[in-house]
Design a protein around this ligand. Structure first.
Ligand code: NAP
Length: 290
């Protein structure tokens, strides 16, 4: 397939490019090549390339940056997504939009969260993602919205790339720093390699909104504990955080029902951690041999 991916230098897009380089005709566009806040430029670049599919990963994904820079982040996360959708409509491309489990933060009942819940996101980033979802689907009812959870990998592709749960934990271990992770926080923490494995099938889903991450029974604290156990590192530096979300446990775990009905089955978070470590070992062997 002829596929364009926005936010090409970012965490998710750079790994999709790496994984699919021999499988599809791909073009990863960075902000320098197409600033999604520039409606005309976005239209021109997408219409000229005329891909079958645009995977829209470009965003400000840091929640604190969104809070601190509401106007700039709104232009990118909401208006930018709308610009991509409008350009896709003009070029006849299908849009696959990366949304977030943060749209569910604010729903207090126990999860897992379902795609059809009434939403009222607490944080600005979640509000922006929800608004972007609505605008994209208004323009492109056949668009596919994937609500991603917190994704991890064993490495950073570039020093300036944001950390993930695994790289943060390892950095803390390296520095001998105490770590605290919440016991009242539940998320569909997902190995990026697994997300990418299912993404190809997701490109062909009927238009609509889909949760897209691993099932998980464990709190974030328990997930980190399991990572340390699997790595064989000792637990001395890890402590439970019993204050965060103590009033109202946060449950952003993603119901799998809708995806399962289309034959997409994610492994659970613990299996994702195992796979991540296996892939890391394979890479080490490959690089050692090379
Ligand atoms: N990573 C996760 O765990 C996670 C979880 C849930 C949802 N998501 C969503 O998944 C998508 C990808 O996430 P990610 O972690 O890969 O994000 P990321 O690493 O922050 O990458 C986002 C990319 O978007 C680009 N970008 C920013 N402003 C732009 C603009 N005006 N025009 C074009 N591109 C622009 C950035 O380029 P510059 O660096 O040049 O600014 C960056 O390369 C995002 O929509 C994010 O909200 C991610």
């Amino acid at each position: 397939m002829k596929i364009m991916i926005t936010g090409a230098e970012g965490f998710a897009a750079s790994r999709i490019m790496e994984a699919w380089k021999d499988r599809h005709e791909l073009w990863g566009v960075s902000r320098r090549q197409m600033d999604i806040t520039d409606r005309d430029e976005t239209r021109r670049v997408i219409c000229e390339y005329s891909p079958e599919i645009v995977i829209h990963c470009g965003a400000i994904s840091d929640l604190a940056v969104c809070d601190n820079e509401p106007e700039r982040s709104g232009k990118i996360n909401v208006d930018g997504a709308e610009n991509v959708a409008a350009a896709c409509r003009e070029s006849g491309s299908r849009m696959v939009f990366f949304s977030s489990d943060q749209v569910y933060f604010g729903n207090d009942a126990a999860g897992p969260r379902r795609e059809d819940e009434v939403l009222s996101p607490k944080r600005l980033y979640g509000k922006q993602k929800l608004e972007a979802e609505k605008r994209c689907l208004e323009i492109l009812p056949d668009g596919v919205i994937l609500r991603m959870s917190w994704m991890f990998d064993y490495k950073k592709n570039r020093p300036e790339e944001h950390d993930t749960l695994v790289t943060s934990v390892r950095q803390a271990l390296k520095e001998g720093k105490q770590m605290q992770y919440p016991v009242y926080d539940f998320r569909s923490i997902t190995y990026i390699g697994e997300m990418i494995r299912h993404l190809e099938k997701a490109l062909l889903l009927p238009g609509g909104i889909y949760n897209f991450g691993s099932p998980n029974e464990c709190s974030t604290y328990e997930v980190v504990k399991e990572l340390l156990r699997l790595q064989g590192t000792d637990m001395d530096l890890l402590a439970p955080n019993r204050e965060a979300f103590a009033d109202k446990p946060r449950d952003l775990r993603l119901s799998q029902d809708r995806l399962l009905s289309f034959g997409i089955r994610f492994e659970n978070t613990q299996d994702g951690l195992k796979e991540c470590l296996v892939q890391e070992e394979k890479r080490r062997v490959r690089e050692g041999e090379g």
